[in-house]
Design a protein. Structure first.
Length: 294
């Protein structure tokens, strides 16, 4: 039984999968297995895996494309390690990532069941091409996470496999936010530790043509956790909903759909006009840009 099971979902990412796999193989902690879940790729993902002779790599394939949540669930079901960690097929870990997290969770005074780390975020086509994210939240953080005070990037997350006896895996009805939903359910029952330093390099692209799907998933998420959100109290509950309205609006603005973006911006003001002024100012600037590009 390996100490850590590394789950890597892959869909038509043969050109980046080598980077992800090599970053795991280069870890200073070597007691792991790698479970690659091919979500019905049409490229040469299978050939990439065959080029590796490392017996710790296991390859599973879906007959049809089922999206990230189902692929991660397949990997979780196949995992045999004491811990499970996720890595997306286009991202990479720094060499000490697993060792740093396991040292925290295996410590004699640790009462945490999961861990996350900082990250270097590369956003192609974004306002900031490369940023460094250094989170500090740890312990009981459910409220802070629900209010989006910090981010858990999926490739930074590691958790004890035995907690799954009390927690359902990824919600396959969500094509987006499935990770936020999963982590929120874990954080309601368990404490989390943090490695503030970046231990992961993320390579993201600004998505296009997903505004409607994203809005539907956001609404499903908010409805699913409505009771938990309301327990925050009136002001903070309205804060959460305002943040989501701005996020939905931003996606429409990114697609040049100014009127739809404006609609959600006004909803955000209705829910909570007292969000940080810089948030509304930034939204207004994006709205102006989307309007002028029509």
């Amino acid at each position: 039984m390996p100490l850590v099971s590394v789950v890597i979902p892959a869909y038509n990412r043969a050109h980046t999968l080598v980077r992800a796999l090599d970053s795991v193989i280069a870890q200073t902690l070597q007691d792991f297995e790698i479970v690659v879940v091919d979500d019905a790729s049409t490229d040469n993902t299978a050939e990439v895996i065959r080029d590796y002779s490392d017996e710790r790599i296991r390859y599973l394939r879906h007959d049809s494309n089922q999206f990230a949540a189902a692929a991660r669930n397949t990997g979780i079901a196949a995992a045999t390690g004491r811990y499970i960690a996720f890595l997306d097929s286009d991202d990479a870990w720094f060499p000490e990532k697993l060792e740093r997290q396991i040292d925290l969770l295996d410590g004699d005074d640790s009462d945490c069941a999961c861990s996350y780390t900082g990250a270097i975020v590369n956003l192609a086509g974004g306002l900031q091409e490369r940023t460094e994210y250094r989170p500090k939240f740890s312990g009981d953080v459910t409220d802070a996470y629900l209010m989006n005070r910090f981010t858990i990037w999926t490739p930074t997350f590691l958790f004890r496999r035995d907690i799954l006896k009390d927690i359902e895996t990824f919600d396959t009805s969500l094509k987006r936010l499935e990770d936020v939903d999963f982590y929120l359910r874990i954080l309601q029952q368990h404490r989390i530790s943090v490695v503030t330093e970046p231990m992961v390099e993320l390579f993201l692209e600004a998505s296009k043509g997903i505004a409607e799907v994203s809005e539907e998933c956001d609404r499903t998420f908010l409805s699913k956790h409505a009771e938990l959100i309301n327990e925050l109290g009136t002001y903070r509950a309205r804060y959460v909903r305002a943040r989501y309205e701005l996020r939905i609006g931003d996606r429409y603005l990114a697609e040049g759909r100014a009127l739809r973006g404006l609609k959600h911006g006004l909803r955000a003001v209705f829910y909570n006009p007292f969000l940080a002024p810089r948030r509304y100012a930034a939204f207004a600037a994006r709205l102006l840009k989307a309007s002028s590009s029509r």
